[in-house]
Ligand binder design. Structure first.
Ligand code: ADP
Ligand code: UDP
Length: 236
């Protein structure tokens, strides 16, 4: 399958059309941004790592019964996916306090929750992806009540599968962001990516951060952390 037309260029990926109107090709870049685009940089090798890591996780999830957009890895940085209409919600699951949760609610990072939390942000760069609840999402016609229920169930299932998967790699899955989309027949699938850009990963023993927080917080060894996660996930 060949790339035809550039449909969209985002902060981390390009999306191309193909000769099949129901499929598109995502092309992962090394560009990194944080704080709603205010901080910009590149992480050498990130595109290739995120492509492989995301595809691996999507296949793990498919095997556990979570439908995803994944079709076929085409090259180091390119993957064929089902073309979806993205539900403009960032769905965030948390198992441990960190990032904006710690900041907004005035608690330290590292509190292990008894139950995971879920929250939604309205995916809108101009507005800075504001936090919204399910009623707001329905009022804004971003999704129906049934779609929101399906998204919640798929997000919690994804968390259970990923938490268990990463525990075996001696990694605590702190929090992550998911996006969902609707295929041509209207069914919801997990889309976008699952990578150190979109998840917080802490080594269970050393509590070392192995994710994009190293870039956000100028902690150094960003490339090394992404490589370490790929090594553990792919077992190579
Ligand atoms: P952003 O838009 O936040 O800058 P990216 O650089 O990752 O993010 O761009 C990828 C874009 O492609 C995102 O807007 C995402 O919602 C969208 N996308 C992800 N998966 C699919 C898919 N299967 N079909 C269509 N669009 C997708
Ligand atoms: N996240 C993401 N994209 C976003 C916002 C958040 O992938 O636009 C991920 C982030 O990597 C983390 C989780 O969602 O794993 C929770 O992020 P948080 O709300 O704490 O925001 P941040 O601290 O990144 O501003």
């Amino acid at each position: 399958m060949e790339k035809k037309q550039l449909l969209y260029e985002g902060k981390a990926k390009k999306v191309w059309s193909t000769e099949d109107e129901n499929l598109c090709i995502v092309d992962y870049k090394d560009d990194a941004t944080a704080f709603n685009g205010l901080k910009k940089g590149t992480i050498a090798g990130k595109g290739a790592i995120n492509n492989r890591v995301s595809n691996f996780m999507m296949q793990v999830l498919e095997q556990e019964g979570v439908p995803t957009h994944f079709v076929e890895e085409l090259s180091e940085r390119e993957t064929l996916v089902k073309k979806v209409s993205i539900v403009p919600l960032e769905v965030i699951i948390r198992n441990i306090s960190a990032g904006s949760f710690a900041k907004n609610y005035g608690v330290e990072e590292g509190i292990v929750f008894e139950e995971p939390t879920i929250e939604f942000s309205y995916k809108n760069d101009d507005l800075g992806d504001p936090l919204i609840n399910a009623y707001h999402a329905r009022a804004l016609k971003l999704a129906t009540k049934e779609e929101i229920e399906t998204i919640k169930a798929m997000a919690f299932k994804t968390n259970e599968v990923m938490k268990a998967f990463f525990k075996k790699l001696n990694i605590d899955l702190v929090d992550f962001k998911l996006e969902f989309g609707k295929t041509a027949d209207g069914s919801l699938v997990l889309a976008d990516e699952i990578s150190p850009d979109t998840c917080r990963f802490w080594d269970s023993t050393t509590h070392e951060k192995l994710d994009k927080d190293r870039f956000r917080r100028d902690m150094g060894n960003v490339e090394g952390a992404y490589q370490e996660m790929m090594k553990r996930i792919l077992g190579e």
